[in-house]
Design a protein around this ligand. Structure first.
Ligand code: ADP
Length: 273
């Protein structure tokens, strides 16, 4: 009888502990939601005045009101450039708070990743500009079919390639390859750049993370790009991993579930959960 009482007692202790745990999780979840709403509201409120600052700066810069003095031109350029960076950052924050809230309405269409490569390369090519850097976007022989939102999937590839270009010095190479491996769609972005120290790789996909190497070389960035990439990839049921050695280069590998792009597949739109 004593055993039974003890057993009942330990069950009650366990149930009480589980209840407490569940309350704590609920509290964290509602705090997280409040944080997202706050970030989203603040970002919206910031976007209007910053957009107006950038707009008026551009008008002053191109002399549509009055021709600027030569000394004023570089200052107006700098205000314009930094304003654009602020807008990009605000848009990233809005996108991330939307992703967290899981309310982003994305397309859920058949997409051949191979067919997106022209527009991906067009978006990245200007970043290379006159730099002595080889950008090699390799077209696969066959289609690489997935289901999802084409614009977001392109954004994943553009972000990874822009990072690779940004963190690779002149004389280096940036490569994108894709194909079907072991029943999955695989995209690999490889560079011969500054790499990421192994000790810092765990935090790579966290918001606002910037490696000590990137900071010490004063390479510009917000640390939001990779957290957006990783959120988009997981919303598509995929995964992303990195292999990198400090000062030797990095390889980012994205894996996505393969889709059957047969004619019976219906296209449409849904909320990505
Ligand atoms: P950002 O590029 O704006 O700083 P990201 O989230 O895209 O933000 O990247 C976060 C950090 O990860 C970068 O600041 C950099 O330290 C590191 N990183 C990302 N991609 C690479 C790369 N290809 N090579 C070296 N470091 C990288």
């Amino acid at each position: 009888a004593r055993d039974v009482t003890e057993q009942r007692h330990s069950q009650e202790v366990l149930i009480a502990a589980l209840d407490k745990e569940r309350d704590a999780v609920d509290r964290l979840r509602s705090l997280d939601q409040a944080k997202n709403e706050f970030v989203s509201t603040v970002s919206h409120e910031l976007r209007t005045p910053v957009t107006s600052i950038v707009g008026y700066t551009e008008m002053l810069r191109d002399g549509s009101i009055v021709e600027p003095l030569p000394d004023q031109v570089p200052l107006l350029d700098s205000i314009g450039r930094n304003g654009q960076r602020l807008i990009a950052m605000i848009n990233d924050l809005l996108m991330l708070s939307g992703l967290d809230a899981r309310t982003v309405h994305w397309r859920h269409d058949p997409v051949d990743l191979a067919a997106t490569l022209t527009s991906v390369e067009d978006a990245v090519r200007p970043l290379v500009g006159r730099r002595r850097l080889a950008l090699d976007v390799r077209r696969p022989a066959d289609a690489v079919p997935v289901l999802g939102d084409r614009a977001q999937l392109e954004r994943v590839m553009v972000n990874l390639l822009s990072n690779a270009v940004k963190f690779t010095e002149d004389g280096g190479t940036v490569t994108l390859e894709m194909g079907v491996e072991a029943g999955e769609a695989v995209v690999r972005v490889r560079d011969t750049g500054i790499g990421i120290p192994v000790a810092e790789q765990g935090a790579l996909f966290e918001r606002f993370f910037r490696s000590t190497t990137a900071q010490s070389r004063q390479i510009q960035g917000t640390g939001l790009g990779l957290s957006i990439v990783s959120a988009i990839v997981s919303a598509h049921g995929g995964s992303i991993e990195v292999e990198s050695a400090h000062l030797e280069g990095s390889v980012f590998t994205v894996r996505l579930p393969l889709a059957d792009l047969g004619p019976s597949r219906s296209a449409g739109s849904r909320v990505v959960e």
